[in-house]
Design a protein around this ligand. Structure first.
Ligand code: SF4
Length: 346
């Protein structure tokens, strides 16, 4: 069956013609799915019953099932577990900031990138998400909170550039004028550094922000934290970042997880400065969340501040990411992981 929520409006118009319906029906269906955010064809009340039946026979309307929500008592951050139609579960997060609501979504079920500090990769990759499954995380959260989503970050489970075609279609649908119409500038895609696809994305000349998970100040150190570094050399990754900026004019964000005693020394800060000083960038320092399956610990607060000051003194734009939802199931991927572990035990 065709996944109707992943179709663009022109594609949907073609589909309507194929099944002998008027073209304008496509606009109505598109609006039901992407603006009114309905979950079933039966809710599309300006369509005839006959057409709704025809749609049910030929098209699948992807709608995620909300399994669990945990809301932080500290800062109202909420983590969501959704079940997909094939039974897999994925995790998304809603963060409330003074500048608006931000949703962090997953792009794959599991991940094959193997980053040493990440819980999402412990069971490998199951599959990439469809565009509709990425969109519906945002739609369901907007409906649940009854507040508009302003920012979207593709930074949850999965490597978005390992699911490139679906990601691109998702971006077009999410930012489309006829849909939820989130501005491209309010969308961030995070990658661990898949060089060819970073360059492909640059050539799309979109206005989205590219965030690179850097996490180390040298190629050697990066290899110990992120196996992807064996495939793509740090120099080529940074060249791809430069290329992204040249093509789009968008400043790169570097994500740097601080792991106690591993990459948080003054020497690391100095190396990092050397690495990025000629790039138009912003560095986000993330105090790493300890995960029980790995022995990494968070840097202490003095080391974190010291690291930040060192970078700032060299004129680098840097922030420490505020930890959100400290009281609810830790780092990205951990809610899903603990849910899956409990399921297995049953
Ligand atoms: S940090 Fe991202 S890319 Fe790395 S293993 Fe985790 S989900 Fe995959």
């Amino acid at each position: 069956m065709i996944d109707i929520k992943s179709l663009t409006l022109p594609e949907l118009q073609e589909e309507m013609e194929k099944i002998g319906e008027k073209k304008f029906r496509a606009g109505q269906i598109y609006e039901w799915m992407h603006v009114k955010l309905v979950d079933s064809f039966d809710e599309m009340t300006n369509l005839s019953k006959g057409l709704r039946e025809k749609l049910k026979e030929q098209y699948e309307l992807i709608s995620l099932e909300l399994v669990e929500v945990q809301t932080s008592k500290i800062d109202e951050t909420s983590k969501f577990l959704f079940r997909l139609s094939d039974g897999n579960v994925i995790e998304s997060v809603l963060m409330k900031y003074h500048h608006g609501n931000s949703v962090c979504i997953s792009s794959q079920v599991g991940c094959r990138m193997g980053c040493r500090f990440c819980a999402s990769t412990l069971d490998g990759l199951e599959r990439g998400l469809k565009p509709s499954e990425m969109l519906d995380q945002i739609y369901k959260i907007q409906k649940w909170s009854q507040e508009r989503v302003h920012n979207v970050v593709v930074m949850g489970t999965g490597e978005p550039l390992d699911n490139y075609d679906s990601l691109l279609r998702f971006i077009h649908l999410l930012t489309d004028e006829g849909g939820l119409h989130i501005s491209q500038r309010n969308l961030t895609v995070s990658t661990c550094g898949i060089v060819p696809n970073m360059r492909r994305l640059a050539d799309e000349k979109l206005q989205i922000t590219l965030a690179l998970s850097l996490h180390a100040s040298s190629q050697e150190k990066r290899k110990t934290l992120m196996p992807v570094a064996y495939k793509f050399d740090l120099k080529d990754v940074l060249d791809a970042c430069r290329y992204y900026f040249e093509q789009t004019g968008r400043r790169i964000t570097f994500e740097y997880s601080l792991v106690g005693g591993v990459n948080d020394s003054s020497e690391d800060a100095r190396e990092l400065t050397e690495l990025v000083k000629d790039l138009n960038c912003h560095i986000n320092l993330i105090p790493v969340n300890p995960i029980k399956e790995r022995d990494y610990v968070q840097s202490d607060s003095r080391a974190i501040l010291n690291f930040k000051n060192k970078l700032e003194k060299s004129g680098i734009n840097v922030t420490i990411r505020r930890e959100m939802g400290r009281d609810i199931d830790g780092a990205c991927g951990q809610l899903r992981k603990s849910y899956m572990d409990t399921e297995k035990e049953r």
